[in-house]
Design a protein around this ligand. Structure first.
Ligand SMILES: *Cc1c(COP(=O)(O)O)cnc(C)c1O
Length: 426
């Protein structure tokens, strides 16, 4: 059991003991702001900036030679990034590549793994995932000439908050070809028991893939043990790779010989790529799933960021993250419960991702009042205020101050000054 206290001094004591405290200074944010939206757009670090500036300088200095000059050498930049990325999921570097965006990487994975037959043609999904995954699956099924109504099996959550693994396993009937689930749910922070799902799917000859967008950089994964078939993720949330950062793709090495379903010249065998033959010869590693020329300027910040992960260690990040969210829940219980708040996220460490889902019927107005007081939360319609205390740049004192500010908003009824309309974005 962790021990917490409700005083400001206690939060400062926690910060003093924090092994990761010095990282905060390496991130840009206006002074006085408490940033709790790292699960939507992670902050810019000095480290990320350094690598962007280097890429720019290399372009200025070398022109086309930036691809191969030893001082620049960006030709296989994705492989260099994969080496830094792989430890976050305990995969082999050859099984990881960085390309396009999460949605396209789902399409890429489906193009390889989804080969429907009259006997096996269904894809299992959940009904709580971020919707782009479902859009991708539905459209891909249509591309194969099938109807999503019959070919996409949506397994509904019993409580609208979490994925029930037993229900997923029960749905794994003989007509199912593939299952795609999120690692952590973007609203409730619920962490799926991926091992249980992957083991059950494998036993039944069903391909299994995960979307790690809400766990990568916050929750360590062990893909060596997991042994799933593919995974996708974005790098602009907890990875702090920059808005729209190039996304991640994992292909289990046992599938390298399948080659990409969607091919392009950057996925060609490196030894023969520049022979520029009309026939494609896939590279037999995750890099084979590359398509067109890599966007170096958009990849560069990921290098700076991943070097910080290498330095800090993903397990230390997870430990601090759990402590931060546990502390936040403790303070909410002590100071805010009486105002009608509750949680949509699991309380147990082994089931909780990187954020707290604070629920209140006045969430829209409270969220607006928080923003005016320099807290950056993340509102999800209709009643969730997502609060992600990112281990790299949120301190225990930040959490303390945030709860104090919310307490003031509630006590003074300041939220009543704001209108409860939804606006256009959230
Ligand atoms: C953030 C997120 C995405 C983002 O998709 P992009 O194609 O990178 O815009 C996809 N899936 C999930 C589960 C996410 O949380």
């Amino acid at each position: 059991m962790r021990h917490f206290e409700t005083t400001l001094e206690f939060s400062r004591e926690m910060d003093k003991k924090d092994l990761l405290k010095s990282y905060k200074e390496r991130f840009y944010m206006e002074k006085g702001v408490i940033y709790m939206d790292g699960n939507s757009c992670g902050l810019c670090s000095i480290d990320a900036e350094v690598y962007v500036m280097k890429a720019l300088k290399d372009w200025k200095k070398f022109g086309i030679d930036l691809w191969t000059h030893p001082e620049a050498n960006y030709f296989l930049y994705q492989d260099k990034l994969a080496k830094l990325m792989a430890p976050l999921i305990n995969a082999k570097p050859e099984e990881v590549t960085i390309c396009t965006n999460t949605t396209i990487n789902i399409h890429k994975a489906l193009a390889t793994f989804y080969q429907p037959t009259p006997q096996r043609y269904k894809i299992i999904v959940d009904d709580l995932n971020f919707p782009t995954d479902k859009y991708a699956v539905d459209s891909f099924v249509k591309l194969k000439g099938l109807d999503p109504e019959t070919a996409v099996k949506v397994v509904k959550s019993r409580d609208g908050k979490q994925i029930f693994e037993e229900d997923m396993i029960e749905a794994m009937t003989e007509d199912v070809a593939l299952i795609l689930l999120p690692s952590v749910l973007y609203r409730s922070a619920y962490l799926t028991d991926m091992q249980k799902i992957a083991d059950a799917a494998r036993e039944r000859g069903i391909y299994v893939g995960f979307d790690l967008s809400h766990s990568i950089g916050s929750v360590p994964h062990d893909f060596e043990s997991l042994n799933c078939d593919f995974a996708v993720w974005c790098n602009y949330k907890y990875v702090n790779g920059g808005p729209g950062a190039i996304a991640g793709l994992y292909i289990n090495e046992k599938h390298f010989s399948k080659g990409p379903g969607l091919a392009g010249w950057q996925g060609n065998n490196k030894a023969t790529q520049f022979d520029l033959k009309q026939s494609f010869e896939p590279a037999e590693y995750a890099g084979g799933w590359q398509t067109g020329t890599q966007p170096i300027l958009s990849m560069a910040p990921i290098e700076g960021s991943l070097r910080m992960f290498q330095e800090a260690g993903i397990h230390n990040i997870r430990e601090k993250s759990l402590k931060l969210t546990a502390y936040m829940m403790y303070l909410i219980d002590e100071k805010l419960k009486k105002f009608g708040f509750s949680y949509g996220n699991p309380a147990e460490d082994q089931r909780r991702g990187g954020h707290v889902a604070l629920e209140h019927e006045e969430a829209i107005r409270i969220n607006k009042a928080m923003k005016d007081r320099k807290i950056i939360p993340d509102f999800r319609y209709p009643n969730i205020i997502r609060l992600a205390p990112v281990a790299f740049y949120v301190s225990f004192e930040d959490v303390y101050r945030m709860v104090e500010i919310i307490e003031d908003i509630m006590e003074t009824k300041a939220y009543e000054d704001y209108d409860g309309s939804r606006g256009t974005v959230a």
